[in-house]
Design a protein around this ligand. Structure first.
Ligand SMILES: *[C@@H]1O[C@H](CO)[C@@H](O)[C@H](O)[C@H]1NC(C)=O
Ligand SMILES: *[C@@H]1O[C@H](CO)[C@@H](O)[C@H](O)[C@H]1NC(C)=O
Ligand SMILES: *[C@@H]1O[C@H](CO)[C@@H](O)[C@H](O)[C@H]1NC(C)=O
Ligand SMILES: *[C@@H]1O[C@H](CO)[C@@H](O)[C@H](O)[C@H]1NC(C)=O
Ligand SMILES: *[C@@H]1O[C@H](CO)[C@@H](O)[C@H](O)[C@H]1NC(C)=O
Ligand SMILES: *[C@@H]1O[C@H](CO)[C@@H](O)[C@H](O)[C@H]1NC(C)=O
Ligand SMILES: *[C@@H]1O[C@H](CO)[C@@H](O)[C@H](O)[C@H]1NC(C)=O
Ligand SMILES: *[C@@H]1O[C@H](CO)[C@@H](O)[C@H](O)[C@H]1NC(C)=O
Length: 466
C-alpha cells in the first residue's frame, strides 16, 4: 500500500518535472522558456510574406544559376550565399518552378541575423557516388554556424540516393561498409527553424541536427523507399531544445533518431511509417559513454514499421537514457510497438554480453493503443548488470493484428517499474520481485530526477552505425 502511494507520488513529480524541463506547458510557454530572441525570429519570418519591402532578396539566378536540373549550379549557389550572408534581412532565394543540380556545399555562417533561406524549387544532388566530392564524404547540403536563421518555402531537397543505396553493405554484403552523405545538415547553429520543406531520397540520413540548440522543425515531409538503407528521417545528435512537430516521415530506417549528447527534445504530431519507428539510440557502441535525457513525444501515428517506440543500447556502453515520456500514440501493424533493447547489435558479427551498459530509467508510456505485428507487443530487454528502472505504463492497449487466438504479451528481462490504469497486455513482469537482476538496489524507487541540458562537445559528426 505504502509502496503504491510512493509510486503515485513519484509519477506526479516526474511528469511535472518533465513537462517543465521540456517545456510542455503549451507553445507560448516553450518559446518564452529561456529563449530570448526566438519570438523575434518568428516575427521576422512572418514578415517575409507580409512585409517584403523590408527584405533583400538574393536570387540564385542573379549569380548564374540555370535551374534546368543538368547544369551545375553549385558556384551560383555559393556566390549567392556569400552575398546573402553579408546582408541584414536577406532572403537567399531558390525560386520555385526550377530544378537545381548542386554538389556538396557548406553554407557557412556566421551571417547577418535573420537570414531566410527560401527554397521554392527542387535542389537535386549528383547521383553518382564515384564522382562525389571527397572533401565532403558525409555531407551534401550543410548549413553551419548560423544564429537566427530559417529555411522555408515548400521546396524539395532530393538526394538522388538510389546508386548509394545499391552500393550499401546492407544491400549486398560484398560491398564495403562506408558512410554516405546526409542530405540536409544543420550544425553548430541556434535559433534555427525549418518549416515547410520536403527532404527525400537522401544518400543516407535525410536531415541531421548536430551540435545545435533551439531548433524547430515543422511541416517537414520526409520520403525514401522502405528498402533504402540507413536513411533515417530526422537525426538529432549533441543538440538541446529541439522541437519536431507536424512532420510526416516514411523511410528505410528510423523516422526520428535521437542520439548522444541530446536533451530537451520534444516531438509532436508525428506521422511515421514505413521505417524503423521513433528511436532513442543507439547508445553505447564501442564501449562509449553516451547520454540522452528529457524527451517527450506527444501524438503520433506509427504505421507498418519494424519498431514503434524504441530505446536501443549496445552491450559494453555506459552513460544513461532517462526522463522520457511517450504519450497518445497509435500503432498500426507495428512489429515491436514498445521496445527497450539493451542487446542491440547492428553488426555482421555477434555482440558478446558485457559487464557494463547504458542505464535506462524514468520512462513513461501513456495512452498507447493499436496493433502489434508480433506476439511481444511490449518488450523490455534490459541489461542483466544494469537493470532498467522506473518504467511506467498507463492506459496501454495493444492487440495482435492477426486474427488468430494468440494474445499479445509483455516480455521483461531485468526491468523494473509499474503499471496503472488499463494495461493490456498485462505487465506483471515489471514487478521487482520477478526481476532476476543481479543487483541489490533493484527494488528501490529513486525519485531523483535528472534533466537539464547536457552537452558533450564533439567535432566529428557521428551518424548512425553501419
Ligand atoms: C512594413 O514596412 C513598413 C515600411 O517600412 C513599416 O512602416 C511597417 O511597420 C512594416 N510592417 C510590419 C508589420 O513590420
Ligand atoms: C553483390 O555484389 C557482388 C559484387 O559486386 C555481385 O557479384 C553480386 O551479384 C551481388 N549480389 C546481389 C544479391 O546483388
Ligand atoms: C569493450 O570492452 C570489453 C571489455 O573490457 C573489451 O573486451 C572490448 O574489446 C571493448 N570493445 C571495444 C570496441 O573497445
Ligand atoms: C489517446 O491518444 C489518442 C491518439 O493520439 C487521442 O486521440 C486520445 O484523445 C488520447 N486519449 C486520452 C485520454 O488522452
Ligand atoms: C502487417 O504488416 C505486414 C508486414 O510487416 C504485412 O505482411 C501484413 O499484411 C500487414 N497486415 C495488415 C493487416 O495490414
Ligand atoms: C545476453 O544476455 C541475454 C539476457 O540474459 C541473453 O538472452 C542473451 O542470449 C545473451 N547473449 C549472448 C550473446 O550471450
Ligand atoms: C477477424 O475475423 C473476424 C471474423 O472472422 C472478422 O469479422 C474481423 O474483421 C477480423 N478482424 C481483422 C482485424 O482481420
Ligand atoms: C510476477 O509477480 C506477480 C506477483 O507479484 C505474479 O502474480 C506474476 O504472475 C509474476 N509474473 C511473472 C511473469 O512472473
Amino acid at each position: 500500500m505504502a509502496r503504491l502511494l510512493l509510486n503515485v507520488i513519484y509519477i506526479v513529480v516526474f511528469i511535472v518535472a518533465l513537462y517543465k524541463a521540456v517545456g510542455f506547458e503549451g507553445e507560448e510557454q516553450y518559446f518564452k522558456y529561456g529563449m530570448g530572441g526566438w519570438e523575434g525570429l518568428e516575427d521576422e519570418i512572418a514578415m517575409v510574406t507580409t512585409n517584403k519591402s523590408e527584405r533583400t532578396p538574393v536570387n540564385v539566378h542573379s549569380f548564374g544559376a540555370v535551374g534546368d536540373g543538368n547544369s551545375d549550379d553549385t558556384q551560383a549557389f555559393i556566390a549567392a550565399w556569400n552575398k546573402a550572408c553579408s546582408l541584414r534581412n536577406a532572403v537567399f532565394l531558390v525560386p520555385d518552378g526550377f530544378r537545381y543540380l548542386v554538389r556538396a556545399v557548406n553554407f557557412q555562417g556566421p551571417c547577418m541575423r535573420h537570414l531566410v533561406i527560401q527554397i521554392g524549387g527542387t535542389i537535386v544532388a549528383p547521383d553518382e557516388p564515384e564522382n562525389w566530392d571527397a572533401k565532403y564524404p558525409r555531407i551534401w547540403l550543410l548549413f553551419s554556424q548560423l544564429n537566427m536563421a530559417s529555411i522555408q518555402g515548400g521546396g524539395i531537397i532530393d538526394g538522388s540516393g538510389s546508386k548509394w543505396w545499391a552500393s550499401s553493405c546492407k544491400r549486398n554484403k560484398t560491398n564495403p561498409c562506408r558512410g554516405a552523405p546526409t542530405a540536409l545538415t544543420i550544425e553548430k547553429s541556434s535559433m534555427f527553424r525549418v518549416n515547410d520543406l520536403t527532404v527525400q531520397n537522401s544518400q543516407q540520413i535525410q536531415l541531421t541536427i548536430h551540435g545545435s540548440s533551439k531548433v524547430r522543425i515543422s511541416n517537414v515531409q520526409v520520403h525514401a523507399p522502405e528498402t533504402s538503407p540507413n536513411t533515417d528521417g530526422i537525426h538529432i545528435t549533441h543538440s538541446t531544445d529541439v522541437i519536431v512537430q507536424d512532420c510526416q516521415i516514411g523511410t528505410g530506417d528510423d523516422c526520428i533518431s535521437i542520439v548522444s549528447g541530446s536533451s530537451n527534445i520534444r516531438m509532436k504530431n508525428i506521422n511515421c511509417g514505413p521505417g524503423h519507428g521513433i528511436s532513442i539510440g543507439s547508445l553505447g557502441h564501442n564501449n562509449q559513454t553516451e547520454t540522452v535525457s528529457g524527451v517527450v513525444l506527444d501524438k503520433a501515428t506509427i504505421t507498418g514499421t519494424s519498431n514503434g517506440l524504441r530505446i536501443k543500447t549496445w552491450q559494453g556502453g555506459s552513460g544513461y537514457a532517462r526522463g522520457f515520456l511517450f504519450e497518445n500514440v497509435i500503432m498500426v501493424n507495428v512489429s515491436n510497438p514498445i521496445i527497450i533493447d539493451q542487446f542491440y547489435c547492428d553488426s555482421p558479427t555477434t555482440c558478446r554480453n558485457q559487464t557494463s551498459a547504458v542505464e535506462v530509467s524514468e520512462i513513461i508510456y501513456r495512452n498507447i493503443t493499436g496493433t502489434s505485428n508480433t506476439l511481444k507487443a511490449m518488450k523490455f530487454a534490459c541489461s542483466n548488470v544494469v537493470p532498467c528502472r522506473n518504467i511506467v505504463l498507463n492506459n496501454i492497449h495493444l492487440e495482435m493484428i492477426s486474427n488468430g487466438t494468440k494474445k499479445a504479451e509483455t516480455y521483461c528481462n531485468s526491468a523494473v517499474g509499474f503499471a496503472y490504469g488499463h494495461v493490456q497486455p498485462v505487465a506483471d513482469c515489471l514487478n521487482a520481485v520477478n526481476c532476476t537482476c543481479h543487483d541489490t538496489q533493484v527494488g528501490a524507487s529513486n525519485p531523483k530526477l535528472h534533466f537539464g541540458p547536457h552537452r558533450q562537445p564533439q567535432d566529428v559528426i557521428v551518424h548512425t552505425e553501419l
